[in-house]
Design a protein around this ligand. Sequence first.
Ligand SMILES: *[C@@H]1O[C@H](CO)[C@@H](O)[C@H](O)[C@H]1NC(C)=O
Ligand SMILES: *[C@@H]1O[C@H](CO)[C@@H](O)[C@H](O)[C@H]1NC(C)=O
Length: 372
Amino acid sequence: MWFPKVGALALAYLTVATSTPIELQNDASASVPSVSGLKFNIDGTTGYFAGTNSYWIGFLTNNADVDLVMSHLKASGLKVLRVWGFNDVTQTTSGVWYQSFISGKTPQINTGANGLQRLDYVVSSAEAHAIKLIINFVNNWGDYGGMPAYNTFYGTTKTTWYTDAKVQAQYQAYIKAVVSRYNSSTAIFAWELANEPRCNGCATSIVTNWATKTSAYIKSLDPNHMITLGDEGFMNGGGDGSYPYTTGEGMDFEANLKIPDISFGTFHLYPTSWGEKDALGFGNGWIKAHGAVCASVSKPCVFEEYGMETNKPATEGPWQTTALNTSGIAGDMYWQYGDTLSSGKTADDKYTIYYGSSDFASLVTGHVKNIG
Ligand SMILES: *[C@@H]1O[C@H](CO)[C@@H](O)[C@H](O)[C@H]1NC(C)=O
Ligand SMILES: *[C@@H]1O[C@H](CO)[C@@H](O)[C@H](O)[C@H]1NC(C)=O
């Protein structure tokens, strides 16, 4: 998602609760997820999966809230959860932060109780509930810092971020800090380079070269887990020729999917934000166009974020059916999961589908049943 997600939620959790970590299940059937043909193998079973996104779960400070979400995901049959593995700040804060870019100071990675230990809890709770996580390392957007936080600090730009030596050294240091914490966990579905990387107006080789280098670096740190890009899936031609099928944002879906250390592809779908009038028709075409590329490159792809502000079941339901029936598409993850925590309802950006709602019954319970 490209619009601000910093809302009431960011302010709601400023104190770190100190409850006892839960015991891990040590389930003997748990294994590291892997590619299996054009699908994934999750804990010994190969098939299509349903999942969702929660950017905020690693910023919660109450362990019971994390466990509540994980138990609801498990009960619903949602197998994969995508979370923000970054939380970059540019000022000192008493809240949760993972990495700081404060003018005049050396960037810091926070491994303390209000830092990566919050993400540790998400990983341990995911292990206990047999939920798999996609963890990404930087945001293209300014929410929770992202590339703009690096750029303000280093004097770089949206374009030079991908090639600047100091930026890339700090980005890799951050990746190493996160990956080495969880490299032996069966709860990691995949490491993800960024949320929605774009390089507007750039030659597509800039992002492709950066993704080649970064994925090789991650592979050198952790040869056991899958790696993916986290892009929106903008294509170099095809489809109806409209904006998402162009390289205006410096992205070439097929070229990036062919990178050796990229295990699978990702794509997102927000037709309204992209100026597409026929959300349903455009979306079905977008899903099929990606499936065709993924099948031709012989790597599975994940329909990783999608959403509508209104008419969710009438639009997202048929998209799910299309994804389920398209070769090359191995799973879908709607944006975004909602629940009621100790502090109240989680952030509502109009795309949220709350656990227990009628939209949830249709787009989660019904969908999971169709997957079988
Ligand atoms: C995980 O990373 C640490 C630190 O880089 C390393 O010492 C360890 O061998 C790695 N473990 C696995 C299972 O790859
Ligand atoms: C989707 O595929 C399944 C199995 O291949 C088939 O039974 C079903 O009719 C298809 N649904 C649609 C809407 O094409």
